[in-house]
Design a binder for this molecule. Sequence first.
Ligand code: ADP
Length: 179
Amino acid sequence: MSNTLESPKATTVLAMAKLKVVLGDITKQHVDAIVNAANNSMRGGGGVDGAIHRAGGPEILKDCIARFPNGLATGDAGYTVAGKLPCQWVIHTVGPNYRAGQTDRELLESCYKRSLNIADELAVATIAFPLISAGVYGWPKEDAARCAVDTCHDTETNVEEILFVAFDEKTFALLEKLV
Ligand code: ADP
């Protein structure tokens, strides 16, 4: 009988996260990280981006300038501190601007995948997503919701719980049907 001690295997266990839908304001969510639907400049904007910067305060913009001197590409994601928000991190991702002709669905899928990759780097257990590109950027809501749910369902991650935050009742009902 051998008593050789085996070295422990790497403990990276990538599994599927639990998906949930909530109705409300993403800036109020008590999770480890919230995701921001940012734009290429990474210097703040309207919609959920504006709400996050307003609620989190100037520390978020300061960190955006330090970490993203040249902004961020569409479909990519990166993180900053969360300032005064109740979460620990803001993961910023740039959704495709459907209204401006960026209709490649892979770019929208990439936003969810890259955000979950960053969440894993930060060892985030709970994360909240808005419906990326479904506001000012004009991605059709039903498909935006389907893309969010399917991509998060199919992406391997160590995140334990993913919240989809619906900002209105109609979006809540749509997401609930899919989750
Ligand atoms: P995009 O430019 O990517 O379309 P928007 O911020 O315009 O981003 O909208 C993305 C989604 O976020 C929309 O469904 C919008 O209703 C929603 N939204 C806006 N503000 C908030 C908020 N404070 N919390 C959660 N969702 C929000």
